[in-house]
Each structure stands twice: as C-alpha cells, then as structure tokens.
Design a protein around this ligand. Structure first.
Ligand code: BES
Ligand code: MN
Ligand code: ZN
Length: 469
C-alpha cells in the first residue's frame, strides 16, 4: 500500500538492487506529500522462512536506534511478522516493544552532558487493520514493556561501578523495586546470617569493609499455596577481586558485573509482581564483595555452610559457589521447588559456549527442559551440560566434605556439581551466565555493557510454570 502511494518507489529500489530486504536493512524514503507521514522507513526482516520473534525483536531495536540517530520522535509501524510472517499477533507485538525498549537502552547515570542524539523516539504506534486482533496486540505490548523495563533494571544494576553498587546499595535498590510493585522485602544483616550459620557468605565477606546483605524478595500470587513455592537464587558479588587469590589487574574492572545473577533475579521478581501469575515465588540474593582485606579468608581455610557441610577454601576466587551454598541450603530446607539459580560463576563457561549461550546444569530434566524452552522463547540462548556422578570426584577434599575448586578440567561442571551438594534432590537448575551477562559490541536488542540476561527467560519460566501446573 505504501509502495502504491509513493508511486512504486519501493519496488523500484528493490528492482535496482538498492534494497534487498536483508534482516536489519533500513532505508529512509521521503514521501514528498504523497502520504500524511513525511518519511517512511522500510525495514528488512530477512528470509520469510526464517522469520521468528528473534528477528522481529532485533529489527525493532535497529529501527528504534535508527529513529534516534535521526532525531525522529514519533513513528507508526505495522505489526511485523503478524501478517504474511505468520507469527501470533501478541508475540509479534511483544517482540516489537521489547526490541525498541531494549535497543534504545543506554547507561548514562554518570554522564553530566546530555547526548547529541537526545533521548530518542517518544512514541511508537502499532497499526492493525483487523479490530479483533487489537486486544492480543495490546496484551503483547504491555507484557513486552514490563519485561523490557525489568531487563533495563537489571542492566542498570549491573552497569553501575562497584562503588555505586555495594551490597548495601544493591539491597536498597531491591527494596525500592519491591515497594514499587508490591513485593515482600527483607534483608538479613551479618548477625542474622551468623545465627543461621551462613558460613559461606560470611567467609567471603571477611575480606571487605562493606557489610554483607542477604536480600529476600517474596511474591504471593497463590495465597492458598495450591502450587509449590518456586525459588530463585542469584549471585550478588558486587565486586570480585578474587580475594587473597587475587585476580590479575588486567580486566579486573569487569568484575563489577559479578552480581548480574542477583540483578536478574531482582528484576525478574519485579516483572513477576507486575504480571501477577498464580504462583508463589521466593527469591534469595546473597550479596557481598570479595576482597583481600586483612580479615579475609585465606586459601586452605575451612568453613561450614548452612547445611552443616564443611568446605576447604582452596581458592578464594571460587567465591560464588560459597555464597550460593548457603542460599541453596536454605531453599532446600524451606522446601522451595523447583529452584533456579543464576550466577556469573565461571570463566570456563565462556571457554565452552563463548558469549552466545548460558550454561544450564540440572538434577531434574523437566526443569532443565522448561528453562531452556523459556530461554528460546525470550531469544536468550541456553545450552545444557552434564552433571554426571563422575564429576563429584572433582570437589573431593582430604580435610573437609568438599573443596571449592575442581582443578583445571570441567571447571563449570565442577562448580555446578558443588552447588548440587547444597540443593541436594530438590528439583533444580543452575544457569552459568558468566558469558552472556555482558557484551562488548552492540548487536540487535543488546547494546554494549550489561545485557539484562536472563531476566526475560526467568519471567517466561515462572509464567509457564504457573499456567501448566
Ligand atoms: N566471577 C568469576 C567468574 C567470571 C569470570 C565471571 C569471568 C565473569 C567473567 C568467579 O568468581 C571466578 O573467579 N571463578 C573462577 C573459578 C576458579 C577459581 C575455580 C574462574 O572462573 O576462574
Ligand atoms: Mn571469583
Ligand atoms: Zn565471582
């Protein structure tokens, strides 16, 4: 219809090979009074047989940034993919909303000057001719907005430098999020953790001047407890220097992002509270710095986790599994099920999967399948790795029940197997997001810096669980 209104210019551009329709290809055309709108942007969605919500989400992000670069404040669009593309209108609308909001994200909290490009588009209108499709489209937009805002919250928390994101500040930001959407909020101080025997968190916190915080968020969508209460656990190391087993200086600043798992869990809880599924969810985020202060734990030290298991701290840089040990022990004791933990746990996971997919480890195939499916739907790739009995060997200590490093081989699996000792037979999956939590280069809906993964997958998982069980 637009081509016709413009006297066939789109067709001509295609015939002349100047427009190929490649995914992400954007062409700006001035309408010269032939249409009410002054400009038309033609967006390539790629091959029709490969059109999915990932393509729509990505292209929507590219379009939104294109509009921002040109200072265009208002735009209207068709619901990409919902026509000839064959996508469900709500999925397509959700992907468009997510793509635009996630693609426009920038972390500018500490820049004193406004960017030349300004703030970007203020209004994106979706047009649909068939009225009966509107409710689904509106639902999709609303859901897209809620999950994208949650992912942006996670990005904001992760992108902050560690002096602006201490355990105390992280707890405060979680409290603000909880108050804004009606979540229950609680934070355990050092004394409470001592009373509960959380030797893992306390051991890691010993080297830091910042007090540790154990953040708890609760969502009650099933007041009669018809279904089991789901558990979410996130690693909240606000800076990982390695501790006495100090990391090399080069690249250490990246360790300000070591609370990305905790941030994802807090953000997912915010979205869950706004989407209101019929289920109860309890979230734990143990938060501390890992520093080499004078009081720090030392290689060879021994600690007792909350479930009574003793751990030899062979390397203080394997701190994530120590704090998660307490959180998972507690989740197990409380009978939460299933439990998902999210952690930037090992550098080894990016040796295995690069920065393309999160590693999934599980003691229950159904939980693994469901989280991988939730990830696929969100466009956040996840790949399962094995947790075979044989790997238990890696964490054997001669002086304690376990040691916290497994040697050179199968590093990510050893870490996951360590966590398994604390969640025991509670149905559980562990997501190692050390590769996917951040990105160096802008691509589609992911600008440089924190990605906000796997917030939308966690939300999908919880919503699906609430619907299916
Ligand atoms: N936070 C790191 C893992 C990490 C590495 C996250 C790179 C993001 C990017 C974790 O605490 C760590 O230091 N793991 C060690 C474990 C080792 C000492 C067994 C690692 O991966 O080297
Ligand atoms: Mn570490
Ligand atoms: Zn760490």
């Amino acid at each position: 219809a637009v081509d016709k209104a413009l006297g066939g210019v789109i067709g001509e551009l295609m015939r002349d090979g100047e427009m190929k329709g490649k995914r992400g290809e954007l062409t700006l055309i001035h309408t010269q009074g032939k249409m009410p709108s002054k400009r038309v942007v033609v967006a390539g969605l790629g091959k029709q047989e490969r059109l999915d919500t990932d393509a729509v989400r990505s292209v929507s992000a590219e379009i939104a940034r294109f509009l921002r670069r040109r200072g265009i404040k208002k735009a209207a669009s068709v619901v990409h993919g919902a026509g000839a593309g064959g996508l469900a209108p709500d999925d397509s609308a959700q992907a468009i909303a997510e793509g635009a909001l996630l693609g426009l994200y920038r972390f500018r909290a500490h820049l004193s000057k406004e960017d030349d490009n300004g703030k970007g588009p203020e209004e994106l209108l979706l047009l649909e001719r068939e009225a009966e499709r509107l409710p689904a489209i509106e639902r999709g937009i609303e859901r897209g907005r809620i999950v994208a805002e949650a992912a942006a919250l996670a990005r904001d928390l992760v992108n902050e430098p560690s002096n602006y994101m201490t355990p105390t500040i992280l707890a405060e930001r979680a409290r603000q999020a909880a108050e804004s959407c009606g979540l229950e909020f609680n934070v355990l101080e050092r004394e409470h953790m001592e009373a509960l025997g959380m030797g893992g968190v306390l051991g890691v916190a010993k080297g830091s001047h910042q007090p540790p915080k154990f953040i708890i968020l609760g969502y009650k969508g099933d007041p009669w407890g018809i279904r089991s209460t789901l558990g979410l656990v996130g690693k909240g190391i606000t800076f990982d220097s390695g501790g006495v087993s100090l990391k090399p200086a080069e690249g250490m600043q990246a360790m300000k992002t070591d609370m990305a798992g905790g941030a994802a869990v807090i953000a997912a809880m915010q979205a869950i509270a706004r989407l209101k599924p019929v289920i109860n969810v309890l979230a734990f985020v143990p938060a501390t710095e890992n520093m080499p202060g004078g009081g720090a734990q030392k290689p060879g030290d021994l600690l007792v986790a909350m479930n009574g298991k003793t751990v030899e701290v062979e390397n203080t840089d394997a701190e994530g599994r120590l704090i998660l040990a307490d959180a998972l022990s507690w989740a197990h004791r409380l009978g939460l099920r299933p439990v998902i933990d999210v952690a930037t746990l090992t550098g080894a996971i990016s040796v295995t999967l690069g920065k393309v997919a999160a590693g999934v480890f599980a003691n229950d195939q159904e939980v693994a399948d469901r989280i991988v499916a939730a990830g696929k739907h969100a466009g956040e790739k996840m790949w399962q790795l094995p947790l075979w009995e044989e790997y238990k060997e890696l964490n054997k200590s001669t002086v304690a029940d376990l040691k916290n490093t497994g040697g050179r081989l199968a590093g990510s699996i050893a870490a996951a197997q360590f966590l398994h000792e604390f969640i025991e037979e509670t149905p559980w999956a562990h997501l190692d997001i050390a590769g996917v939590a951040t990105t160096e280069s802008e691509k589609g809906w992911e600008p440089r810096g924190a990605t906000g993964q796997p917030v939308r997958s966690l939300v999908n998982f919880v919503l699906d669980y609430a619907e299916q069980r």
